[in-house]
Design a protein around this ligand. Structure first.
Ligand SMILES: Nc1ncnc2c1ncn2[C@@H]1O[C@H](COP(=O)(O)OP(=O)(O)O)[C@@H](O)[C@H]1O
Ligand SMILES: [Mg+2]
Length: 333
């Protein structure tokens, strides 16, 4: 309630009066409620309106992404062509990344197909020989011929075994590149042990196999794989250097980096062929001369070196004769 006291003049005298205005509390509360309700409704409509606008805008702008995902899901798994759906600039980066990933995936798949094709072919050849020799032996009544067939079949089985062992080794390198069991290893110790294993075979082949390395040369490596690397290089040298040759396995350090070398003074590999023999299933002329082999030895050496971040090089041996394979380990392996 509000009261205002005033006085009015009649000209002769003044008459006091009071104006009183009153409102009930119920009416005031109803007014506040009405105001509150109105503004709440207004805000609610604004929120709903904004939500509708955002929904429409998001749906519209995401439509290219839906098309993109539909295009991807409708593809057959071997279709790795780049995606050409039109997308807004903001997501073009994503599409480019996916496309470049698909290109790399395609490359890897191609390599895998090529490799399995080659591996299958390499395994099929010895198996076909075994089958032919078995057929010959079955038809022949002559014991000498049967023995000869058995010998040839045995050789072919040996070939198949070698190929399988190398393929399994390659699979192990792939696995190792994912979970490396690298540790600090003395390369002198490791290489000397592998060399010693090959001494009987060297003697058989009439080759002088020696080891050169003193003290300790430490490097962070996967010892089993580095053992395989040395084995492959020494086996090659024993196989291709020829009777009377000298083969040296050497471990040392140059400018603080561990270096492993296998050198022989045999016929070597001509500089034009050195890149080719690092490819899988590539064999030199020596292969044609009937030496057992798979053409996987040097590629395996190459992969093991790469896995260790080491640098592999093929060069002439001392005096320009023979082959020197050199593996330089980086300190950060
Ligand atoms: N120490 C070597 N001296 C001469 N030729 C070699 C030597 N090592 C490798 N080669 C050549 O390189 C080729 C590829 O070697 P590799 O990859 O180990 O396959 P493989 O020994 O099974 O043929 C061999 O076929 C051979 O012609
Ligand atoms: Mg070999």
């Amino acid at each position: 309630m509000a009261a205002l006291a005033r006085s009015a003049s009649t000209g002769i005298n003044s008459v006091p009066f009071t104006v009183t205005v009153a409102e009930t509390t119920i009416a005031r509360q109803q007014l506040t409620h009405a105001i509150l309700l109105r503004s709440a409704l207004r805000i609610l409509f604004m929120i709903l309106g904004a939500a509708a606008i955002v929904w429409v805008a998001v749906t519209l702008s995401l439509r290219p992404l839906y098309r993109f995902s539909e295009a991807l899901s409708q593809r057959s798994p071997d279709d790795l062509h780049p995606i050409t759906e039109r997308v807004p600039n903001e997501v073009q980066g994503l599409v480019d990344t996916v496309n470049s990933f698909m290109v790399r995936l395609e490359g890897a798949l191609d390599a895998l197909r090529h490799f399995t094709g080659n591996a299958g072919h390499q395994l099929r050849t010895p198996l076909a020989i075994v089958r032919t020799q078995l057929t010959l032996a079955r038809r022949s009544g002559n014991l000498g011929e049967i023995q000869q067939a058995a010998e040839k079949a045995d050789e072919a089985v040996g070939d198949a075994e070698r190929i399988l062992a190398q393929l399994l080794l390659m699979a192990r390198i792939d696995a190792a590149s994912r979970s490396t069991a690298m540790r600090d290893v003395d390369l002198v110790d490791l290489a000397r042990a592998v060399t010693a294993e090959h001494v009987p075979r060297a003697a058989e082949a009439g080759i002088d196999l020696g080891f050169d390395g003193e003290g300790e040369v430490m490097a962070v490596v996967e010892p089993i794989l580095i053992g395989e690397l040395v084995k492959n290089l020494v086996s090659n040298a024993l196989l291709y250097a020829g009777t009377g040759a000298e083969v040296t396995v050497r471990v040392g350090s140059e400018q603080g980096l561990a270096v492993l070398e296998v050198e022989d003074n045999g016929p070597g590999i001509s500089s034009t062929r050195r890149e080719a023999v690092l490819k899988r299933f590539e064999r030199g002329d020596a292969g044609a001369h009937g030496r057992p082999g798979t053409g996987l030895g040097l590629p395996i050496v190459d992969e093991i070196a790469r896995l260790h971040g080491a640098k592999l090089s093929l060069a002439d041996g001392a005096g320009g004769k023979g082959l020197k394979v050199c593996v330089v380990f980086s300190g950060a392996a």
